[in-house]
Design a protein around this ligand. Structure first.
Ligand code: HEM
Length: 339
């Protein structure tokens, strides 16, 4: 017969909170228990996020995704679950506001040089979503074993996971495969190609002050040399197309997936910001236990660690619905596609 306590293996889970200040010879610091439990709760949720990513990356790792099958819908659903978890993690940081800076000082030195910086699961979530080591703020810190960086084993695991395809790569490939712009779907389109028309419409939509945006448009979607974006111009053209025509039912799931990725970035950045302001209050200008400059480092990471910034930037290039070119019938007919 199953018993609650055993099913959840609570003997293990509840025997994992051992505040260092409670050890013999130390002055017990009441708030260290909260500090440990809050971190552990974060780690459990990071585990769940990774579990959802296993499924999502499994689907996007396939060579073909049937847009009409349940897979993409489940991807959408599970991305939204990740968003909900991130919302919760944003709220959870406020629990630490019940610990004052003086309370923290009572046990802070016992932690050194460990730090949330070393959360392997957090780094894996970032890496799997698409953050690469070369994009990371102060990437040399990661290698500082014994000084707040990672153990060699953890660093190697992070490097191995990074070497694989991340979700940003996978979504990029999926978008590149979208068949919207195949010549056969546009045979009856009355004017120049869609993009010629759209460029004109976009230029007309810009105010005088925004006129320079037409250059950004070109460098985003039709760059002369190497793209300045993380995603490819082909993928970004498909993504913009989906955003423009999202009211067609067949685009709904794809649109919601793109939107969910932008929202994940939004909540991750929200968390980084909340953590930063909490840290400022808790330690002021002190260095972190993990040996970074503290709040200064966190500000840099907040500014740099956006992953889906190209997708978020697409709003720059939208025009009003009623001005959109009408899509050719052949395309609409074929919009139940396999990618
Ligand atoms: C009293 C509470 C906390 C303080 C004072 C604090 C302080 C810091 C500081 C100063 C850093 C920069 C690295 C360093 O030099 O140590 C950092 C990084 C980090 N902390 Fe915290 N932290 C606290 C709570 C938490 C909690 C509850 C989590 C949840 C897992 C967390 C996760 C992280 C992560 C993931 C980083 C790396 C951020 C990045 O690189 O973008 N921290 N923390």
């Amino acid at each position: 017969m199953m018993y609650y306590h055993e099913y959840l293996e609570l003997d293990k889970v509840l025997d994992a909170q051992h505040p260092k200040s409670f050890a013999p010879g130390q002055q017990p610091a009441h708030d260290e228990m909260l500090f440990i439990i809050v971190h552990q709760a974060y780690e459990l949720w990071f585990k769940q996020i990774q579990f959802e990513l296993d499924y999502i990356q499994g689907i996007f790792g396939q060579d073909h995704i049937n847009d009409n099958a349940e897979d993409l819908n489940l991807v959408r659903h599970r991305l939204h679950r990740i968003i909900r978890i991130l919302e919760l993690l944003n709220q959870q940081i406020t629990l630490l506001d019940t610990m004052t800076p003086l309370d923290f000082l009572e046990f802070r030195n016992l932690l050194t040089p460990s730090s949330g910086f070393q959360s392997l699961q957090y780094r894996l979530v970032e890496a799997r979503l698409g953050l690469r080591m070369e994009e990371r703020h102060h990437r040399e810190y990661y290698k500082r074993t014994n000084e707040g960086g990672f153990t060699t084993a953890h660093y190697d695991l992070l490097t191995r996971v990074e070497a694989g395809e991340n979700l940003l790569d996978q979504v990029n490939r999926w978008l590149e495969r979208m068949p919207f712009f195949r010549r056969e779907y546009w045979a009856s389109y009355p004017r120049n190609g869609f993009w010629d028309d759209y460029t004109v419409l976009y230029r007309e939509s810009l105010t005088e002050r925004e006129a320079g945006k037409i250059d950004d448009f070109r460098s985003f979607f039709f760059p002369d040399g190497a793209p300045s974006t993380l995603m490819s111009p082909e993928a970004l053209r498909s993504a913009l197309f989906i955003m423009l025509y999202r009211d067609f039912p067949v685009f709904q799931t794809s649109y919601q997936i793109l939107d969910a990725l932008i929202e994940i970035d939004h909540w991750m950045a929200g968390w980084r910001h909340k953590h930063l302001t909490m840290v400022r209050r808790m330690i002021g200008m002190r260095v972190g236990t993990g040996n970074t400059s503290g709040a200064g480092y966190l500000e840099g990471a907040l500014a740099r660690h956006y992953i889906y910034r190209d997708l978020a930037a697409l709003s720059t290039f939208l025009i009003e619905r009623r001005k959109l070119p009408r899509l050719p019938l052949e395309l609409i007919r074929h919009l139940s596609f396999n990618t």
